[in-house]
Design a binder for this molecule. Structure first.
Ligand code: SF4
Length: 364
């Protein structure tokens, strides 16, 4: 099944997603072997460089300031703290570090300069650096490129239709605009989504279609299973089954043949056998560390035991795309400051309204 550079219809992806389960895994495994070494999996580490207090209202996220969750927030970490964590991750087998900041968008100034310095110093450790900092202008994307950034993560989360049911403070078009700004540079794109937020199978397929029909396709696609957190509007969602997760991974593998498909949040709910099925279906990256930003994640020792059991070895950094060396800030070229046109569309999130009604009733 060759699907490289193909534009997919909803019907085509639906047909793949609904294949008999064993046929789906078999087809996905064939595509996987054509484009990747099936016995190599990349270990990535997430560092929450600025936690909590976010002005956005993503219904799944405990870092949104408006939800009453029990996470501990922190201001932007220092470059030396982040570098020390990256070194620890490297010695535990990680070849990629993702730096996450709970911001609506990047603001030029001291904090952004500090993030650029983090990117430079971790790139010098010979690790792939990915950032997820919210919305970006073209100029900011170019500054990150000059700092040597390898990847920028900006998830589309769900289908375009379902997006407004989970986030009201920005629009799907805002997401696409930032992705476009990243694509004006040589930074690779990481973009995926979350299942288990109450979306339909059609929404999952719609999300995969948006990702698969991007040209070029994202180099990295994280597939997350919602980890419901108390205090968020999605706290009562039922967990997704391993079969839904495997279907999602296998379909992603077939429609995104060269992409690094990443098992992300929700791995603690999966058995070793379940994770192995995901690897067979084409997942070729996991996130390591006991926390994924703010939610629990399997212990690295358990991951290494599973790798040993399966004969899997960690993927080296820059195996898929070449490294770029940072440019000295004194020779930086981007200077123009653009005015972003990001929206605040003001949709209403039904689940948020219900949650606030419930809270009021409980207080009375
Ligand atoms: S997902 Fe990101 S943008 Fe949304 S509330 Fe959480 S930190 Fe903010």
């Amino acid at each position: 099944m060759s699907t490289l550079n193909k534009q997919f219809s909803i019907e085509e992806i639906t047909g793949i997603y609904n294949l008999p389960f064993l046929d789906l895994i078999f087809e996905a495994a064939k595509v996987h072997r054509e484009h990747h070494d099936p016995n190599k999996i990349q270990i990535s580490s997430l560092i929450s460089i600025k936690t909590g207090g976010c002005p956005e209202d993503c219904s799944y996220c405990p870092q949104a300031a408006r939800y009453n969750t029990k996470i501990e927030g922190n201001d932007l970490m220092s470059v030396s703290q982040v570098k020390a964590q990256a070194l620890r991750a490297k010695s535990a087998g990680s070849s990629r570090v993702c730096l996450g900041a709970a911001w609506r968008n990047v603001k030029d100034g001291e904090d952004f300069d500090q993030v650029l310095e983090m990117v430079r110093s971790i790139t010098k450790l010979d690790m792939e650096v990915c950032c997820t900092l919210g919305m970006l202008t073209e100029n900011q994307a170019k500054r990150l490129e000059e700092a040597g950034l390898y990847a920028y993560n900006h998830n589309i989360d769900s289908s375009e239709d379902y997006y407004k049911e989970i986030i009201s403070t920005r629009s799907f078009e805002d997401r696409v605009e930032t992705i476009g700004n990243v694509r004006k540079t040589s930074i690779t794109l990481c973009s995926g989504g979350i299942i288990g937020m109450g979306e339909s199978v059609e929404d999952r397929i719609g999300m995969l279609r948006t990702l698969a029909n991007m040209y070029p396709q994202p180099e990295s696609v994280p597939i997350n299973a919602l980890v419901p957190v108390e205090g968020t509007p999605l706290e009562d969602q039922d967990p997704v089954s391993i079969f839904e997760m495997v279907r999602m991974v296998a379909t992603a593998r077939i429609v995104l043949p060269k992409t690094q498909v990443r098992l992300s949040a929700g791995r603690t709910q999966m058995s070793q056998e379940g994770q192995t099925l995901c690897f067979l279906a084409g997942a070729n990256s996991i996130f390591a560390g006991d926390k994924l930003l703010t939610t629990p994640n399997p212990d690295i020792n358990a991951d290494m035991k599973l790798f040993d059991l399966l004969g899997i070895v960690p993927q080296e950094p820059f195996e898929k795309y070449p490294k770029r060396n940072p440019i000295d800030p004194e020779h930086s070229t981007p200077s123009a400051q653009e005015k972003p046109r990001w929206s605040r569309p003001g949709h209403q999130i039904e689940k948020n309204i219900l949650a606030s009604k419930k809270a009021k009733e409980e207080n009375n």
